[in-house]
Ligand binder design. Structure first.
Ligand code: GTP
Length: 307
């Protein structure tokens, strides 16, 4: 997304029980945006989850679930929480406006609407939304490698831990460290070292393809792969894939006593998360097993019961 067209080409969901209002708004916005519509609050929630629009124009008064209830439901769901909602309504008292803002709306447009005003307000909110998205992305991404950073990993671990605790599923971690990376930098230079980390990340990202898997840079030349709903057996399959994929990337490392190519060592740990149990313990276990992998020859993975 270029910074010059942040205000256009959005996916806008228009929600109104009156078809003529939807037609007017569709007419007003379709030149600049992709417009979806729903004729009820219930349908709006369904579409919002399926299509993840950039912005929602929501009628306050509708039979069944009204705009306030729909807005509250959108704000209560993690997937739709960040979608800005503009209320569009014939109600024009300050209390109505306050109620909409309290329900989580970012703006309020009165009916009958002025099409130019609607367009301008949509542009403004779309720009703000995209700037917020870009900022969130920046704060959660490692600048060098493009994978998640440690903050993002910590957030995801907490969420996945709770999710697995609810469903009774296991959760696995692979702690990954590049072997003899100091020697790599010393021989090839820091810039080549950076490039090596980028290539390794691209290779490692190919090894864990489920939507809930998360590869993150844990620090320096250390990475961590979070595998929700996975046990040690599954994690060891992924770890073997990581070893193979890193080998196939074939990055020369003439200063490594382990191999003529860049290699990684890994520690694997898995647990059945429970509320109240500490996520730190799992990380410490994976770290201790990574240490064991380093001290038993590198270019390998270790987990309890297997070296
Ligand atoms: N180029 C580059 N080097 C980094 C980066 N982050 C950490 N390093 C280097 O990674 C090296 C890590 O060194 P050590 O912790 O001694 O580990 P190692 O040399 O990989 O040895 P083993 O882990 O025991 O195999 C240090 O020289 C760091 O400067 C980075 O972003 N770019």
């Amino acid at each position: 997304m270029s910074w010059t067209n942040l205000a256009t080409n959005g996916r806008i969901l228009v929600v109104d029980d009156a078809m003529e209002n939807i037609q007017i708004l569709h007419q007003a916005l379709r030149g600049e945006h992709d417009v979806l519509f729903a004729l009820s609050g219930e349908k709006a929630l369904e579409l919002a989850h399926q299509q993840l629009p950039d912005l929602i124009l929501l009628d306050a008064m509708m039979p069944g679930m009204d705009g306030y209830a729909a807005c509250a439901a959108l704000k209560a769901s993690a997937e739709t929480h960040d979608i800005p909602v503009i209320f569009v309504t014939a109600l024009s008292q300050p209390e109505d406006e306050t109620r909409a803002l309290e329900a989580g709306a970012v703006d309020f447009i009165s009916k009958p609407f002025n099409v130019a005003v609607v367009r301008a307000r949509v542009r403004t909110q779309l720009t703000i939304k995209r700037q917020a998205d870009a900022l969130r992305e920046l704060t959660l991404t490692d600048a060098l490698t493009g994978v998640a950073n440690r903050r993002s990993f910590n957030n995801t671990l907490e969420n996945e831990w709770r999710r697995c605790a609810r469903s009774g599923a296991a959760l696995a971690l692979i702690m990954i460290d590049v072997d003899h990376f100091k020697r790599y930098n010393d021989l090839y230079g820091h810039q080549a070292g950076d490039h090596c980390l980028q290539r390794l990340c691209a290779a490692m990202a190919r090894c864990a393809s489920r939507p809930q898997d998360l590869l993150a840079r844990f620090g320096g030349e250390e990475f961590i792969l979070l595998l929700p709903e996975e046990e040690l057996a599954g994690a060891s399959v992924v770890a073997q894939r990581l070893l193979d994929e890193v080998r196939a990337t074939a990055l020369p490392h003439a200063a490594s006593p382990t191999s003529p190519l860049v290699t990684v060592s890994m520690g694997l740990a898995a647990t059945l998360p429970r509320a109240g149990l500490d996520t730190g313990e799992l990380i410490r276990t994976a770290d201790a097993l990574l240490y064991r992998a380093k001290h038993t020859g590198r270019n390998r993975f270790c987990f309890d019961g297997h070296d």
